[in-house]
Design a protein around this ligand. Structure first.
Ligand SMILES: *Cc1c(COP(=O)(O)O)cnc(C)c1O
Length: 496
């Protein structure tokens, strides 16, 4: 079956996946979604059981990226997940911890789940350039508050016909996150500290994307802009794979029989990860409930319980910073798939842009609740969970995964749903050593490397190489700029 992509807002042309990935966002401001969700059966799932992660990925991506050849997909997948880039042979291993299974998505080069998609997206994009005959270079612009910047740098470094430029707020990221970015090697990368906060960096990048005159200037230099954030279909589709992979692993170990339903709890920010689980469910993977776990920025908990989305509320800086988000862009895709009503989605998104709120209605919520459940945990509960799980199981959760663990158990207590639960784990605890040590009752002061050492001693595990090796890495990118001067920095880099 030929798969095409259309916009959630209904006013852009239907395209093939290569074009959707190159464009990132549809011309009417909507997000690309598949016109139809491919269906699989129990035999398809059974076949996955005996395969490696890369082989599983090829089969699932092949259903969505029908304009890519089998060889093109194989090249992308092997480049992303092969060659020892992930420090666990299984790529996304499932661990049995207490009464749940934990799906570890942080064995990639930057120790956070963003690698699962950002190792693959650049390769899909590079193939898309070739397939569409595009001769210009693609310049990826990223504004980051920490994790995405490094994962995007690691993914795009030295990918032909691309350049990547990352802006981070000067003084606004952790020492470890800054080190990870400024030491990034590669002939096509640039990292710049913006004199301002994250909003300044993000606003600057958004303004550059919306500036037609500037785009023509770049065009003259043979460069087109694109984005690597989770509105891009090329970042979402790789994530569908690990839901299938986790299920296949549970069948393999005999934890479940093929056909049994399982639940997933997902620590959620932009709704990209959990939406991939929704696609897997709609494809026919036996998933009961997808539990959406939030931190104190619990806009999604309220939305999934009431149908009323309202971002006009206090913003909290929590110990799970990658979930500190009030506008979850991928909700738009879920609204589209639940209603099939593009004009309706357009109306809600316009209301969100102008008033910061919209009401999807009670009828919609009843439909959501067939597949979603939502809850949240504050920092105190999250820390208590890290401590309890370590004491009982000798397993260290990072702060984001601990939010999910807390909500997963609340779900089980309240609903008495006894189907097996998979808690989706999105970061290595070493990436958030300070908060994790504090939760474990340890001293959390000192350099990032002292914290790694202390957590190694406490937990009896080893810090990921990518983090520990920062100690000897050389800072390459010491540049900074005023927030008004971001365009100049982009132009200078484009012309280089
Ligand atoms: C990005 C991120 C999340 C949130 O994922 P979404 O797809 O935005 O919902 C959760 N945890 C970690 C560690 C992340 O980096």
């Amino acid at each position: 079956m030929e798969m095409k992509y259309l916009s959630t807002r209904g006013k852009a042309e239907t395209v093939e996946s290569a074009k959707a990935i190159l464009q990132g966002i549809a011309e009417d401001g909507g997000l690309f979604v598949p016109t139809e969700i491919p269906k699989v059966d129990a035999a398809f799932v059974q076949e996955l059981v005996g395969l490696s992660y890369a082989e599983r990925a090829k089969k699932i991506l092949g259903l969505f990226l029908t304009d890519y050849t089998v060889e093109e997909i194989a090249r992308c997948v092997e480049g992303a997940y092969g060659g020892g880039k992930f420090d666990d042979e299984a790529v996304a291993p499932v661990k049995c911890v207490g009464d749940v299974s934990v799906l570890e998505l942080w064995h990639g080069p930057t120790s956070a789940f963003k690698d699962m998609a950002l190792q693959l997206l650049p390769r899909l994009l590079s193939e898309a350039l070739k397939k569409t005959g595009e001769t210009k270079e693609t310049l990826i612009l990223v504004a980051t508050s920490g994790d995405t910047g490094k994962a995007a740098l690691a993914g795009f470094a030295d990918v032909p016909q691309t350049k990547i430029m990352v802006f981070y707020p000067d003084g606004g990221v952790s020492d470890m996150q800054r080190l990870q970015m400024v030491t990034q090697q590669g002939g096509n990368v640039s990292v710049v500290a913006v004199k301002g906060n994250f909003d300044d960096a993000q606003t600057g990048v958004k303004e550059i994307f919306g500036d037609g005159d500037f785009a023509s200037k770049l065009d003259g230099a043979g460069v087109r802009l694109s984005s690597a954030n989770s509105i891009n279909w090329g970042r979402l589709v790789p994530q569908i794979v690990y839901y299938f992979s986790a299920y296949a692993d549970l069948v393999k170990t005999g934890t479940i029989k093929n056909g049994d339903q399982i639940n997933f709890t997902v620590p959620t920010g932009n709704f990209g990860n959990i939406l991939a689980g929704f696609y897997a469910r709609q494809m026919g993977l036996p998933v009961g409930k997808l539990v959406c776990a939030s931190n104190q920025n619990n806009v999604l908990t309220d939305f999934l319980q009431t149908g009323y989305y309202d971002k006009n509320r206090d913003f909290f800086k929590t110990i799970s910073p990658s979930m500190d988000i009030l506008v979850s862009s991928n909700v738009e895709r879920m609204l589209y798939h639940t209603t099939g009503d593009a004009p309706g989605v357009r109306g809600w998104m316009e209301a969100l842009a102008t008033e910061g709120r919209y009401d999807a209605g009670v009828g919609m919520i009843q439909r959501f609740q067939n597949y979603f459940w939502a809850g949240w945990a504050d920092d105190a509960k999250t820390k208590a969970t890290i401590r309890e799980v370590f004491e009982a199981e000798h397993y260290v959760l990072d702060t984001h995964t601990a939010v999910a663990w807390t909500v997963a158990h609340e779900y089980q207590r309240r609903t008495h749903d006894e189907r097996p639960m998979v808690v989706v784990s999105t970061a290595s605890p070493y990436k958030f050593s300070g908060s994790v040590l504090e939760a474990l009752g340890e001293d959390a002061s000192g350099s990032p490397f002292e914290l790694l050492d202390r957590l190694e001693k406490k937990s009896g595990t080893t810090a990921p190489k990518g983090l520990a090796s920062m100690k000897d890495a050389r800072a390459i990118h010491e540049g900074s700029c005023e927030k008004e001067k971001m365009r100049d920095a982009v132009l200078a880099f484009a012309e280089k």
